[in-house]
Design a protein around this ligand. Structure first.
Ligand SMILES: Nc1nc2c(ncn2[C@@H]2O[C@H](COP(=O)(O)OP(=O)(O)OP(=O)(O)O)[C@@H](O)[C@H]2O)c(=O)[nH]1
Ligand SMILES: [Mg+2]
Length: 392
């Protein structure tokens, strides 16, 4: 799974990315600091079943820290977008193209209102971040509809003269954007559009682009820089009407760095930290600032909450733990709860077997749940399920 971190230039995308990956990427208070995309690995977190089962786990494809499972997720930090990017403004289409393979997006918005739409400095609080909220969706919709418009004659020809199916043909044209035929079918159904492309007018094409983008690229808004006074004020004003997650990427990064250097004990997403090492006055002041202006006000820095919420709430993913022996909750080597798989809600046991191992799926018989009860091919997996897949 790949998550794109997107937004206007200078809003804190690279800071957000660095806070999640601790990769050494460039951060700067000027426009277009990032040009080439940065790819790295962050983690989503979920309660691990080890506590409930009363076992000590030995994870292989993930980690477990005090009963919280951390599962790796690929992240992409791209250059900043400016309005009109789809027409080539700013750095233009190039980094829209970098985002093709992303499954979902975190849109970072600078809540402090200290840079205008082009990323230029203005007096703090004088730019209304509400303008930023809609423009990114608009850019993406235009980008999608641009691709379809450019290929529309080809699509029509394939359907009219070669006898191809419209849904298949649309999916083929959009496959480079990591969009499935199922999403295409769903969008056409939701909008009640004709299967004959000749009947589509420009509005249909536009509506389809919006629908397919909303269905296939989930997005959440991270309202960044709420540690600043104007950031907090704007957040309080805009949260009434928009779904925004308050966050302070700079605070999360500072806490993670301090924990890395053993100065504090801090777990991503927590509402506090414990001092462990000897702190300088400057460090003490910085941590007190974060405690008072971010953690006490918002409950956490919001960064971990953003990525978790995107994956689990917006994308509807669940975590399933396959084991070779349900009685020992382990693989063949005795590793307890070794693997955590992120799968879509609605995944059935047989489909899951295919994701775990193709031979398991080929010789599939059924499964056992944590209570050692039999489950069939059509069993719909639930979040936190531990299952043994039975095969011949
Ligand atoms: N106060 C505050 N400043 C932040 C926060 N996050 C980032 N910044 C600052 O905002 C500026 C821009 O940060 P970057 O992470 O480089 O922003 P970007 O969106 O990647 O910018 P481009 O790559 O140029 O598009 C830097 O000076 C950061 O230190 C935050 O949570 N609070
Ligand atoms: Mg950047």
């Amino acid at each position: 799974m790949l998550i794109g971190i997107v937004g206007k230039t200078n809003v804190g995308k690279s800071t957000f990315f660095k806070a999640l990956t601790l990769m050494d990427v460039e951060i700067g208070d000027r426009i277009f600091v990032t040009i080439k995309p940065n790819q790295g690995v962050g983690h989503v977190t979920r309660q691990c079943p080890c506590k409930k089962l009363g076992v000590k786990c030995n994870p292989r494809n993930s980690q477990c820290v005090s009963g919280i499972r951390l599962m790796p997720i690929k992240l992409l930090d791209v250059a900043g977008l400016v309005p009109g990017a789809h027409e080539g403004k700013g750095l233009g289409n190039r980094f829209l193209d970098d985002l093709r393979q992303a499954d979902a997006f975190i849109q970072v918005v600078d809540m402090s209102g200290s840079t205008n739409e082009n990323g230029e400095h203005v007096e703090s609080g004088s730019y209304d971040p509400e303008n930023e909220i809609e423009f990114l969706k608009h850019e993406m919709d235009e980008w999608f509809s641009g691709i379809l418009k450019r290929n529309w004659d080809k699509i029509k020809k394939q359907v009219q003269h070669v006898g191809k199916n419209l849904e298949e043909e649309l999916a083929r044209q959009l496959s480079g954007l990591n969009i499935s035929e199922d999403s295409v079918k769903q969008a056409i159904k939701n909008l009640d559009l004709s299967k004959d492309p000749v009947k589509w007018d420009e509005t249909d094409l536009k509506l389809f682009s919006i629908e397919i983008r909303a269905l296939s690229k989930r997005m959440i808004i991270a309202g960044n820089k709420v540690d600043m006074k104007t950031g907090e004020e704007n957040y309080k004003r805009l949260e009434q009407e928009h779904d925004i997650m308050p966050c302070s990427a700079e605070s999360e990064l500072a806490l993670k760095e301090a924990a890395k250097h053993d100065l504090i004990e801090y777990f991503p997403g927590d509402g506090g930290f414990k001092v462990r090492g000897e702190l300088s006055d400057k460090q003490k002041k910085a941590l007190e600032f974060i405690q008072k202006n971010v953690l006490e006000k918002f409950g956490s820095t919001g960064v971990q909450h953003c990525i978790n919420s995107l994956v689990f709430d917006e994308m509807g993913m669940i975590v399933v733990y396959p084991v070779a022996s349900i009685s020992r909750h382990s693989d063949k080597q005795g590793n307890v709860l070794p693997d955590a798989f992120l799968v879509a809600q609605g995944t059935r046991l047989k489909e899951f077997a295919e994701k775990v191992h193709s031979t398991m799926a080929e010789h599939f018989i059924g499964g056992l749940n944590a209570e050692r009860k039999k489950i069939g091919a059509d069993y719909e997996l639930k979040d936190g399920d531990v299952v043994e897949i039975l095969f011949k």
